[in-house]
Design a binder for this molecule. Sequence first.
Ligand SMILES: C[S@@+](CC[C@H](N)C(=O)[O-])C[C@H]1O[C@@H](n2cnc3c(N)ncnc32)[C@H](O)[C@@H]1O
Length: 328
Amino acid sequence: METEVLEEKVTDYNKIFNEKDYSKRAGEGGAQKATNNFYTLVTEFYEKGWGESFHFAPRFKGESFKASIIRHEHFLAVKLGLSSKDNVLDVGCGVMGPARNIAHVSGAHITGITINAYQIERCKILNKASTVNHLLDVKQGDFMAMPFPDNTFDKMYAIEATCHAPSLVGVYKQVIGKLKPGGKACFYEWAMTDKYDPNNPEHVQIKKDIEYGNSICELSTTAEIDVAIKEAGFIKDETIDLVHANYGNDVPWYLTLQSGWSLSQTRHTKVFRTFTQYMLNTLEFLHIVPKGTGEAHRILIIAADSLPAGGKLEIFTPMYLVCVRKPE
Ligand SMILES: C[S@@+](CC[C@H](N)C(=O)[O-])C[C@H]1O[C@@H](n2cnc3c(N)ncnc32)[C@H](O)[C@@H]1O
């Protein structure tokens, strides 16, 4: 990425997030601008470090990371009862790793929407290289104002994406509008759990760090999500935190981010991270990497530290499953 572009995006991102007042941060497209900048900065890092699907997953003992990611995606396909007859929207599709896996297992036609232009380019390249390109479409747009006619889709899903919305009710209202009557939607939501205590300074700091490190205006609690579903006009089929349900969670969802001694975990040790930060700052100073790279890395480290902290205290979940229907 061009030096000025990266530096400008990081500065802009920090400016929006330094705005302590949530309503100012979220207002006038601030959330969307911050999130768009965020994904321009991190998509390449994510693809290299995590893969083509940008989400967490429950994991059995002995199950590989990759297998657990695909199982979590197939689980949504089962919950939605997807088949080759369905016209589906993936809300906040990333680079469409999940959409390719879900199209493959179900035969459904899936359109992905993402706000980020770089992700659109990646979607087109990766879809073309896959065996399910004929089942996929992608559209750049804001899920707070979806560029589709009302009553278009049979089914919809969103994987760890609607947490970026400046208003959860707002994005749910968009989803219900674009679903056909009787259409189903399932979401994996990021949420603060019942164990979150807004009067506990440690809890509050972890929540703030998760928000800042991941471009989220304000995380909802599971209770607030249940209210938002109703307010948007959905019929609730099911809401459940998969972290605590019996869906195969022997390995904590945050293990991959935690430091340890396996090859994949050593990069999450404090020493390795400090070394990387020092290296990036030096390379930036020497004009070998674009200005802003060090700051982008620092933001990602805040995300990588705060997510396991929230997971260990069980005050945060990245897999609050929400299954809803639009009334007939
Ligand atoms: C954590 S990623 C998840 C991507 C994908 N669901 C996956 O699991 O691989 C969040 C996605 O939401 C998208 N997103 C966030 N805010 C958006 C908005 N206002 N409109 C459209 N897409 C948005 C981002 O561009 C990104 O693709």
